[in-house]
Design a binder for this molecule. Structure first.
Ligand SMILES: [Zn+2]
Length: 440
């Protein structure tokens, strides 16, 4: 064990629980490592980063073996309560938690309230309850039921109950105020019950910051949540397609200014690479990893450049991301139209492999990509799988899109570390007026 590892190990047992080690803050971006995650503190997560997206603790389209063909997988995966709540009785009978139930490799689990890639009906939050939707319909939960579910899911961290129904732009100030109050009351009740539940002794609670698009409510929510004994913060309600990036950045900056520097901030509902960068600049550490899944579901492949390494030797060591668009990227719809639907809207960061122009394109999805799909197959084959509705299309696209997205986060951390964020932003977001990225 290295000195650094020994120091982390001792740190965990001396202080207990999760701890954020920040190594650098550049232009608001926080570079660090979240250590001591999990029951024995064995997991760590590099920040800024994202969790692995799952549905009922399974990465869609992938078995554990195919998933582990990918390198640099994050040590944390996300599960959502809406997919698990209806299996509560089975998990209760099973007794050993959802990680073992789903046969997951050793990974930390974060349990959120809602699946970020599924539309959730609104209008069902009360002062005492929140609702989630499984395949069998609505499940209403009091704090007692919510904590009982966490006790059988046995995640390493979970977000507290929250009234997150204020992200629409027409929500009144009164309704937003009420949502902040309710969310704080839910948190207090959850914390009280959490501490009385032995199965959750080593599980951490994240408090949820609400406040819609009203600055004072966002600040109040952040301040009050920070007074509670939480391990980290979830920033909810920023997924609205109608919210301008500038306003989102201002609100998040105001929120993170109120939060203690030593605790992680996770943002829900934002996954586009350009928006991720802007939110990291506003002080966000952690994201949900649903974006590659949405891209996969619309039959697309992530295909954007994120490599800013100028030194050829260093470039040879990092995952190459050569852009090969052949000048044929289809026109993308206005990014502002992106929504929180099942698959969202196609973005400038991807190519649509269902398009007939790929029928005879025998290049990999991304030239130089090291994923299983790009090493073994080409665009024309994935196009064929998509148009013939073969299930393998989802497997190959999910592998590539996950690899590319994780590579983007790695490159983002490198850029912060080497203080090259501006170059990184230019590389990732450089798009000409035809909606097509410029070739280098
Ligand atoms: Zn690939």
């Amino acid at each position: 064990m290295s000195c650094r590892c020994v120091s982390r190990f001792l740190n965990y047992f001396q202080r207990g629980g999760m701890k954020l080690e920040l190594s650098k803050v550049v232009q608001g971006c926080r570079l660090g490592v979240l250590i001591g995650i999990g029951k024995t503190g064995q997991h760590s997560l590099e920040l800024p980063g994202c969790l692995l997206y799952t549905r009922c603790a399974t990465v869609p389209h992938l078995t554990q073996d195919t998933l582990h063909t990918l390198t640099y997988l994050p040590a944390g995966a996300q599960v959502a309560l809406d997919g698990l709540a209806e299996h509560h009785e089975v998990l209760e009978e099973f007794k050993e938690g959802v990680r073992k139930f789903a046969g997951l490799h050793d990974t930390a689990l974060f349990c959120s309230l809602h699946d970020p890639a599924t539309n959730c009906p609104t209008g069902h939050v009360t002062n005492k309850t929140v609702s989630v939707w499984g395949s069998g319909g609505r499940i209403e939960m009091t704090a007692a039921r919510f904590i009982a579910m966490q006790a059988v899911i046995q995640p390493d961290c979970y977000q507290s109950m929250a009234d997150g129904e204020t992200w629409q732009t027409n929500t009144s100030r009164k309704r937003v105020h009420k949502a902040v109050n309710r969310t704080l009351a839910h948190l207090d009740e959850c914390l009280t019950l959490h501490h009385k539940t032995p199965q959750l002794k080593h599980t951490e609670v994240f408090g949820v910051v609400e406040g819609g698009d009203i600055l004072e409510e966002r600040v109040r929510s952040a301040r009050e949540t920070a007074k509670r004994p939480v391990a980290g913060f979830v920033l909810d309600g920023f997924q609205s397609a109608a919210m301008e990036q500038e306003l989102r950045g201002q609100l998040i900056t105001a929120v993170t200014a109120e939060l203690p520097v030593e605790k992680p901030r996770m943002l829900q509902g934002v996954g586009r690479p350009d928006e991720v960068i802007a939110c990291v600049e506003a002080g966000v550490d952690l994201f949900e990893g649903f974006f590659p899944f949405q891209v996969t579901e619309r039959g697309c492949a992530l295909c954007f450049d994120y490599n800013v390494t100028p030194d050829p030797e260093a470039a040879a060591l990092s995952p190459p991301t050569v852009l090969e668009l052949n000048g044929e990227r289809p026109a993308v719809e206005d990014p502002k139209q992106n929504d929180v639907g099942n698959t969202g809207t196609m973005t400038q960061f991807e190519i649509n492999l269902k398009d007939i122009r790929y029928r005879e394109d025998f290049r990999p999805l991304v030239e130089g990509c090291g994923c299983y799909c790009c090493k073994n197959h080409h665009r024309a084959y994935v196009h064929h799988l998509l148009v013939t509705s073969e299930l393998l299309a989802g497997v190959l696209l999910m592998l590539h899109n996950t690899a590319h997205y994780l590579g983007f986060f790695r490159a983002l951390r490198e850029a912060i570390s080497h203080e090259r964020l501006q170059d990184f932003k230019t590389t990732v977001t450089k798009v000409d007026f035809g909606g097509r990225k410029q070739l280098h």
